[in-house]
Design a protein around this ligand. Structure first.
Ligand code: MN
Length: 731
């Protein structure tokens, strides 16, 4: 009969309950700590949890503490987490599901454990709704909270894993909900944190819940082909073993099947049947030291021939989630491809459990301090999140891309290694170096050659960024950047500039239109009418006028519907010639050369300095500048409110493309004469297109000029050449 005292003070009597002992035996106690003290405090947590959850049952009918909290702690112990984390695991639901307070926990277990339990509780309270925006917002919160202590998320993973393992007791609806949330939030995060085994297990549970049939099918096929597979694996392995023996390398070598979910993905992604997938397994070789990895690699490549392109050295270049291993694919017996992974024991552990390995007990010491470098991406993410501007939806999309893409490795001119996602371009690289480098990125050299900024970087490229103080990001960049860091920085920059410019332009349009309508006295009324128009402030209203989402006339209509007297006399004189209007009030917004990102040049008429110009405010893309004589400008419509006088403000160095057409008789050497004439004016030619039709030569030149005067002078000179019929500006 058990000693009655053991229920109260088992550590004195020495009779602990079996489940408790099982947990304790799983834990690794570091040599420099007192095992007895740890056992005592672990018992304290065990007892506390038992008492607090007394009487609570799970849906399965089993006691809550013993069936859930203890199991979560068991998972954490299996992951060899430190005793603080295991204890917090035992207590992780006390704040949520019992009347325990923060104070209670702090008095009994101290600050560390309390903080962890509190963190897990807060995470549990975050609801991941189906609404993407909400989900993204909550995901940000989650990341911000885990950035403080990653052990919170590790406990949460243990909790989620156990909930998935026991998901069958939930209602069908709840099962699907939990499985989707696991798939959308926990799986990507586990991948990012390098928790590979957790990721696989979660993914398999998701597959089992959401695609039961496929899971069953894969499962039974794996089982039925098991013997055949083992035989083949042995065939591959034994010559390798023989060879390694000669070099006296101690290795663990075994074949492991790929997870159900990764087989499922291959079937879906490649549209194949189970039978058509050859790589159902990988062979893993685990050695003691790093140098043995390379020696082993050399030996294996002597036994079987490797496939060049499939060799990857993640030991020299670890993945950003900390994963290290050598991957090589060989041509095995009967010509089948076989994937081999070589790593050290330590890498093996890190690959299974990822960042959690840092809180693992190791020989002699407890917790590693080298966490920062491993969760660099997390810290970067947090910096992005803490900025005032971030669009949750956009963020979520990018995060997903970042999470699943493969990585490439490129170098700075100094030889520093930079990790980027697949398809990254030089701008991504520039922002990776520093946001300031990105913002002033003018051009790039890859392997010493100048390349376009949208060039896709490749593994091993050496990238050099050319910067200029006058350079600014443009909308175009957003089309080809890949990293969330670059995208967020560019968007934020454009958003700020656009907002500022829109307000400026909006103010200008408003004042001008009111003057035109002889209603300037209404300026104040309109500025105060932002609420009627559906905006939060005067600034927002002006910005909306500026970017074309509302016109002054629309505002009039809205005010008029509320107060008919105010605007009765507001008659329009819209037939006013806009060219006169443009000329009469030429002091307006200046164009700051072609670099101003809010300004585009109309392709229909490509104006150059000296031309009479007018700006047209497009919806959402700033101003497009046209020649005042351009036919594509609206003359009489309501849109004429969006026309705005502009004036050149260009530096001497700025060049503008212009097309000229030269018609002449067809004779030898005419092209040479023309190009010599153009070059004589110190003008660059961008392209030439010369044709002859019915004895008439027609040449189209695109040239770069500073201004109209220079162009006119050139045209005069060209006209003097013998045999030229006429020269005209086109486009
Ligand atoms: Mn729980």
């Amino acid at each position: 009969m058990p000693n009655p005292l053991s229920k109260l003070i088992p550590y004195v009597v020495g009779e602990f309950p079996k489940p408790f002992l099982n947990l304790y035996e799983k834990m690794v106690i570091p040599k420099d700590t007192n095992g007895k003290t740890i056992k005592e405090s672990l018992w304290k947590a065990y007892e506390f949890g038992t008492v607090r959850h007394q009487g609570q049952k799970r849906r399965s009918g089993k006691p809550y503490f013993g069936d859930h909290c203890l199991q979560v702690a068991n998972i954490l112990a299996k992951w060899k987490m430190d005793h603080i984390t295991v204890m917090a695991g035992l207590l992780h639901d006390t704040l949520e599901d019992t009347d325990t307070t923060l104070k209670d926990l702090e008095n009994c277990f101290g600050e560390d454990i309390t903080r962890l339990v509190d963190g897990v509780t807060k995470l549990g309270n975050i609801e991941f709704s189906n609404q993407q925006e909400k989900q993204a917002e909550n995901f940000m919160k989650l990341l911000l909270s885990v950035a403080k202590d990653l052990r919170v998320i590790i406990i949460k993973f243990a909790d989620r894993l156990h909930n998935m393992q026991t998901i069958e007791y939930m209602s069908k609806l709840k099962q699907r909900q939990i499985a989707r949330e696991t798939n959308d939030i926990y799986v990507p995060l586990a991948h990012r944190l390098g928790m590979a085994s957790v990721k696989w297990e979660l993914e398999d549970w998701v597959l089992q819940t959401l695609h039961k049939k496929s899971h069953l099918e894969i499962d039974s096929k794996l089982k039925s082909t098991n013997r055949q597979r083992s035989r083949y694996i042995n065939q591959v392995i034994s010559p390798i073993k023989e060879e390694l023996k000669k070099y006296q390398i101690q290795v663990d070598i075994y074949g492991r099947p790929k997870s159900h979910s990764s087989i499922y993905r291959k079937m879906i992604a490649r549209g194949k049947t189970f039978e058509e997938i050859y790589d159902l397994f990988a062979i893993r070789i685990v050695v003691e030291k790093v140098e043995q990895c390379y020696l082993t690699l050399g030996i294996i490549h002597q036994v079987y021939s490797p496939i060049q392109e499939r060799f990857k050295d993640f030991i020299a270049m670890p993945k950003s989630n900390g994963y290290q291993s050598i991957h090589t694919t060989l041509i095995g017996p009967r010509g089948h491809m076989v994937e081999i992974q070589i790593r050290t024991r330590e890498m093996e552990q890190t690959a299974e459990i990822g960042v959690a390995a840092h809180w693992r007990y190791k020989e002699g010491k407890t917790v590693s301090a080298d966490l920062d470098s491993n969760v660099k991406w997390l810290r970067e993410l947090v910096t992005i999140l803490q900025n005032e501007f971030s669009d949750p939806k956009e963020f979520m999309n990018l995060l997903k891309i970042d999470l699943f893409d493969d990585e490439i490795f490129v170098f700075t001119p100094k030889g520093d290694l930079i990790q980027l996602p697949l398809n990254a371009c030089p701008i991504d690289f520039a922002f990776q170096i520093h946001s300031q480098v990105g913002l002033s990125c003018l051009g790039a050299k890859v392997n010493h050659k100048v390349v376009p900024l949208n060039t896709i970087l490749k593994n091993g490229d050496m990238v050099e960024i050319l910067t200029s103080k006058n350079q600014q990001p443009s909308y175009g960049w957003l089309k080809f950047v890949t990293t969330s860091k670059a995208r967020t920085n560019i968007s934020r920059f454009l958003w700020r500039i656009e907002k500022k410019e829109s307000v400026k332009i909006g103010t200008d349009i408003l004042e001008r239109t009111l003057r035109k309508l002889k209603q300037f006295k209404l300026l104040k009324t309109i500025k105060e009418s932002y609420e009627i128009c559906g905006y939060k402030s005067t600034e927002a209203l002006l910005g909306a006028i500026g970017n074309g989402s509302i016109t002054v006339r629309n505002i009039f209509k809205k005010i008029r519907s509320l107060n008919e007297n105010v605007l009765e006399e507001a008659k329009e004189e819209s037939t006013e010639n806009f060219i006169d209007f443009a000329r009469s009030s030429a002091k307006g917004i200046k164009l700051q050369g072609i670099k101003n990102l809010m300004v585009n040049f109309g392709k229909c008429c490509s104006p150059i300095p000296g031309d009479d110009m007018i700006g047209f405010i497009t919806r959402g893309r700033g101003i497009t500048v046209h020649q005042t004589s351009c036919k594509s400008l609206p003359l009489l419509s309501e849109d004429s409110d969006r026309l705005i006088p502009v004036e050149w403000d260009v530096s001497r160095k700025d060049l503008f493309a212009v097309q000229i057409k030269i018609v002449c008789e067809d004779r030898k050497g005419r092209l040479k004469e023309m190009t010599e004439c153009i070059a004589g004016e110190n003008i660059n030619i961008t392209s030439v297109d010369a044709k002859v039709k019915d004895g008439v030569g027609i040449s189209l030149f695109v040239i770069k000029v500073n201004n109209l005067r220079q162009l006119d002078r050139l045209i005069r000179k060209l006209n003097k050449i013998d045999g030229i019929d006429y020269v005209e500006r086109t486009g």
